[in-house]
Design a protein around this ligand. Structure first.
Ligand code: PAF
Length: 277
């Protein structure tokens, strides 16, 4: 497994890879969810590139970038047995050279949900991911369904900017009790960790109504809120039942829909979602 930091070394290493390349962009502090993306990329491509970069431009002023968990040695030891060819760990100076002023922005899709709660977040995500795509020239790029809006926004960017690659969105990896895996779960204390299963329970409750024939989106939103309200440690930021493609809030579900939510568990902000239909 080749590990590089500079663009020069990345380009030289990329040139030596012949055949299909699967890219898994990450911010490190890897968990089973990331590893499942890497395994899928390995199964579907001749080569796999993983990027590890805690991207400063996708953190808001009130989100503590310096506290984001990092453990590079552990990350590399998890990737080595998976047959990853190349790990790119650029510095902030490589990604954002002095005087940086070029941004990639997706319009309407970034307005609701995470975009509304985290202004500027998706501009940082699409800019850095576009730069990863340019530098690594992947055949396929792998992202988790856990960040549903991120996947939709990047898919839009790939279409709009004619990136010659295929997006692969992989299912959310969950703990045995249903909690979606996330690097941020590390911030939860014991009581919050127990309480955090309420997100999965609330999504499951709404899904059960849907499977029983309910198509009124507000009824599903109310169900999710009602289950979340049973957990005193949970503070709802938003609960949504939206069209899967446009992310616009629905009145009646007629096609594919996205149930999603952001919930504070103490100081930790958790997101989760289910796709319906
Ligand atoms: O999902 C993430 O970990 C990040 O948003 C990504 C896609 C690696 C961009 O920094």
């Amino acid at each position: 497994m080749n590990t590089v930091s500079s663009l020069f070394d990345l380009r030289a290493a990329r040139l030596s890879l012949n055949g299909t390349v699967g890219l898994v962009p990450t911010m490190g502090y890897l968990h089973e969810g990331h590893l499942s993306l890497v395994s899928r990329a390995k199964a579907e491509n001749k080569h796999v590139i993983v990027t590890i970069f805690v991207n400063p431009t996708q953190f808001g002023a009130n989100e503590d970038l310096s506290k984001y968990p990092r453990d590079l040695e552990r990350d590399l030891s998890l990737l080595r047995p998976l047959g990853v060819d190349l790990v790119w760990m650029p510095t902030a100076e490589v990604m954002y050279p002095s005087g940086y002023q070029t941004w990639v922005e997706v319009d309407a899709l970034t307005s609701p949900l995470e975009g509304a709660m985290r202004p500027g977040h998706f501009r940082g995500v699409t800019t850095v991911v576009a730069k990863f795509f340019n530098a690594t020239q992947p055949t396929k790029a792998y992202f988790g369904q856990k960040d549903a809006q991120q996947a939709a926004v990047i898919r839009r960017m790939v279409t709009d900017l004619n990136f010659p690659l295929e997006m692969v969105i992989c299912p959310t990896t969950r703990e045995a009790d249903g909690l979606a895996m996330s690097s941020r779960n590390k911030y939860l204390n014991e009581a919050e960790r127990k309480a955090a299963t309420v997100l999965f329970r609330s999504l499951s409750g709404a899904k059960a109504l849907y499977e029983g024939g309910e198509r009124n989106a507000e009824t599903l939103r109310e169900k999710m809120k009602a289950v979340l309200a049973t957990e005193p440690l949970a503070q709802i930021q938003y609960v949504s039942c939206a069209d899967y493609d446009s992310l616009a809030e629905l009145e009646i579900i007629t096609g594919k829909a996205l149930l999603s939510m952001a919930v504070f568990m103490g100081k930790t902000r958790l997101i989760d979602n289910f796709v319906l239909g």
